[in-house]
Write a protein that binds this ligand. Sequence first.
Ligand SMILES: Cc1cc2nc3c(=O)[nH]c(=O)nc-3n(C[C@H](O)[C@H](O)[C@H](O)COP(=O)(O)OP(=O)(O)OC[C@H]3O[C@@H](n4cnc5c(N)ncnc54)[C@H](O)[C@@H]3O)c2cc1C
Length: 443
Amino acid sequence: MRRNYIVQGIFWVLVYLVLVSAPLLILLLGPVPEGREFWRELSVALGFAGLAIMALQFALTARFKWLKAPYGADIVYHFHRQISFVALVLILAHPLLLFVFSPQTLALLNLFSAPWRARAGVTAVLLLLGLIGASIWRKSLKIEYTNWRVWHGILATLVIALAIIHVVLARHYLNTPWKQALWVTYGVFWVGLLVYVRVLKPILLLRRPYEVESVTPERGNAWSLTVRPVAHPGLKFMPGQFAWITALSSPFADAEHPFSFSSSASQPGHLTFTIKELGDFTRQVKNLQPGQKVYVDGPFGHFSIDRQPHAEQFVFIAGGVGITPTMSMLRSMADRGDKRPVTLLYANKDWDSIIFREELDSLKNALHLNLVHVLEKPPAGWDGETGFVNRAVLERHLPKASKRNSVEIFICGPQPMINAVENALTQLGVPFGDFHSERFDLV
Ligand SMILES: Cc1cc2nc3c(=O)[nH]c(=O)nc-3n(C[C@H](O)[C@H](O)[C@H](O)COP(=O)(O)OP(=O)(O)OC[C@H]3O[C@@H](n4cnc5c(N)ncnc54)[C@H](O)[C@@H]3O)c2cc1C
């Protein structure tokens, strides 16, 4: 399986590179049109490459399972964020080169007198700056996540639409059949993506609804939401994966939230998500009523024991609600009769907020499980681990690995905990590929 993912991963990287570098290749391989200097063509090719990256951003976030499987959703979103800066640099290089080599083009910045092609281009760049700025500073600007997400989509669509208008109006930039073919293909691909994401995918979700079976309270201010498929077989997932859930609104509303499955992968007819009350949506989960419609888009993610079948034993390091993917893996191992040794280091604020506390205890009977609680504020008389999961705690409880890939470690919890544990594991000499993290924060 690992080999397949590596091949797929390399394949998609190559496709991406070809699509993005096609404008530059056409510039370098094709003839420079008469009367047009190299630098001017270069500026156009850089702008086109930036625009190609922007258009492909829609593919990265369209949640194609075959595209995300080799890398994992968090890596794809991370790439989406980082590559947007490359796109911005390429797109800005386009007018800047023009201004340097033909200073008279500076007049195009005056939106009152500039031709429509320049107005469209300049507006696209301004909106792109707004789009990226709002994404970088969303939290400090106190932009609510759902509003930001809606505007992110609208601005991105406007940027591409205006950029395409700019390209079409500046007609001589489509001066060879190759360039025309390339841009017609990109245009069709992009509109197709938009139709898929905004129309087709919501329709597909509407045709495969789920209904609420139960909502039960858990410790730690969390709720377990169990749903079952309505008139379809449901979905299969690997324990540890997640899905995007739409509840209390239509799939067309673009208001879905990601949650890890907490139920066993061996019982796909009943999907459970355990959700901690944190914000607008998560606070409403407890109000869902049995029979209410819910839409589930998944599974996604590569955080799963099933992707490490060679492992001789597993270590799970969880913090708070970060236990959910681990719970799915433990429940699945119990259902499968998997007796490989497991160590769970579970960090919580106090004894009462430990989600699944009783069930974890009873899982010790079904599994070969070493359960270690780490409490920030332990009760009186506590003789277990205290504070945070740090290097010393890890040294005390990590099993000795006989060889690479024999002990696979899964980490999920608050961002600072994941970072600290990853650093400690690296200091302890655990090889990079032997630990895997799931961050509950994609944006
Ligand atoms: C892969 C993954 C798995 C997750 N699994 C679980 C789980 O099993 N249990 C659980 O309780 N939580 C889980 N989360 C976190 C959960 O998605 C957020 O807590 C939830 O979406 C917050 O929504 P809200 O409207 O209640 O909060 P808000 O106050 O609106 O948002 C709080 C923060 O949550 C994040 N967030 C909000 N909405 C989304 C969204 N649609 N997509 C991505 N991030 C968002 C943003 O960073 C935001 O700043 C997971 C997140 C990810 C990325």
